[in-house]
Design a binder for this molecule. Structure first.
Ligand SMILES: NC(=O)c1ccc[n+]([C@@H]2O[C@H](COP(=O)([O-])OP(=O)(O)OC[C@H]3O[C@@H](n4cnc5c(N)ncnc54)[C@H](O)[C@@H]3O)[C@@H](O)[C@H]2O)c1
Length: 346
């Protein structure tokens, strides 16, 4: 199977590329290489004759048509997006252009290609999205696939819009789509502006570890390699036109996550003081959703998917990965805005 994967040089996309190539699939990685991309994430997969890369911006429709023509994929997995909520607060324009207009371009390029080939039934356009489209939960309850959309940040609003476009292209044009909405991911190759890598790297640098508000926001954490596995399963076995929520049933407050990382580092890289002493509470993010939690029963019951690691095991593996891969993250720390407090311009 030949899969065109957008955003394959990013965090989750690269995990999908690595897994797909390891499973013997052909992959065309389509990525504009924005500040969030790193081709080292797919260095091993890139050795394979089954791997091809095209530096293309999904805002460029003509370039997308060319990629479809040239590579003739059997399936599409669309992950390319602007993904950092704090950046969406300071500069929402890029999120509108890439996440909404870019998805529109992808749908139109895929539709032209699929119609040109005589509308093959087994073609799939798999749109990868987030649980943030559902807004925030109170202390109880979980998001199901039927939860009404109520996005609160420019990022989640732009993803919600893209989800609606994908659904409409199925209903109106019959484009064979599947969709997934996943909870917070973490793991190897996570760009050093997101919570878990920020905590690890600030701790190692002896710098204040910033925690937004009181650290009481709850997220449902999923190891990125488990997400990649779920995505390939939905691509192959997901029911046409259906959406699937993906989550690890691993709810933790941010402060719990931060303290867990500090405790792991106390063991692996002991210093004079406990790392917890570096925790510093900072002004909360505007519009910060209190709690996300996924009800994964559809993907579990219909497709038999389950995560392979608990959050405790996954965080331990992740901390070890950052300790072992200093060269990777040091190179990214020089990129624009990394290490700075962003998302304050509301
Ligand atoms: N990170 C999470 O916890 C999470 C959870 C659920 C869903 N998602 C979704 O999964 C997808 C991937 O997320 P991620 O965390 O890997 O993001 P990321 O920011 O790490 O990677 C995004 C990739 O997309 C590329 N890209 C950005 N704009 C582009 C454009 N205009 N044209 C082509 N390529 C472009 C970037 O270069 C980068 O390689 C996104 O759609 C995101 O909404 C993320």
């Amino acid at each position: 199977m030949k899969i065109l994967i957008t955003g394959g040089a990013g965090f989750i996309g690269s995990a999908v590329v690595r897994l797909a190539v390891a499973r013997g699939h052909e992959v065309v990685n389509v990525d504009a290489l924005t500040y969030a991309a790193c081709l080292d994430n797919v260095a091993e997969a890139a050795q394979s004759p089954n791997y091809a890369f095209a530096q293309v911006d999904i805002r460029d429709r003509a370039a997308l048509d060319k990629v479809f023509d040239e590579h003739q994929p059997d399936k599409v997995m669309h992950l390319a997006a602007e993904s950092h909520v704090d950046r969406s607060i300071d500069g929402p324009g890029d999120f509108i252009e890439t996440n909404i207009t870019g998805t529109f371009n992808m749908l139109e390029a895929a539709r032209k290609y699929w119609e040109g080939k005589g509308r093959p039934e087994d073609f799939r356009f798999h749109h990868i999205s987030t649980d943030e489209v559902f807004g925030t939960l109170g202390e109880t309850g979980q998001f199901t696939e039927d939860t009404p959309y109520a996005p609160n940040s420019p990022y989640s609003a732009s993803k919600a819009a893209s989800d609606h476009l994908v659904r409409a292209w199925h209903e109106t044009y019959g484009l064979p789509i599947v969709m997934t909405n996943c909870s917070n991911n973490y793991g190897p190759y996570h760009f050093p502006e997101k919570l878990i890598p920020v905590v690890i790297l600030k701790a190692l640098a002896g710098a204040p570890i910033p925690v937004y508000g009181q650290g009481l926001n709850v997220r449902d954490w999923l190891y990125v390699e488990d997400h990649a596995d779920a995505l390939l399963l939905v691509l192959e076995k997901g029911k046409l036109g259906r959406s699937y929520n993906i989550g690890g049933e691993n709810e933790k407050t941010n402060i719990d996550i931060v303290k867990t990382i500090c405790a792991i580092l106390d063991e692996k890289r002991p210093g004079n003081d406990k790392y917890e002493e570096q925790i510093t509470y900072v002004t909360d993010r505007p519009g910060h959703d209190l709690r996300y939690a996924i009800d994964p029963s559809r993907i579990r019951d219909e497709l038999g998917w389950r995560p392979s690691v608990t959050v405790e095991e996954g965080i331990e593996k992740t901390v070890q990965w950052y300790l072992d891969n200093e060269e990777w993250w040091r190179a990214l720390q020089n990129r624009d805005g990394v290490g700075e407090r962003l998302g304050t311009k509301a």
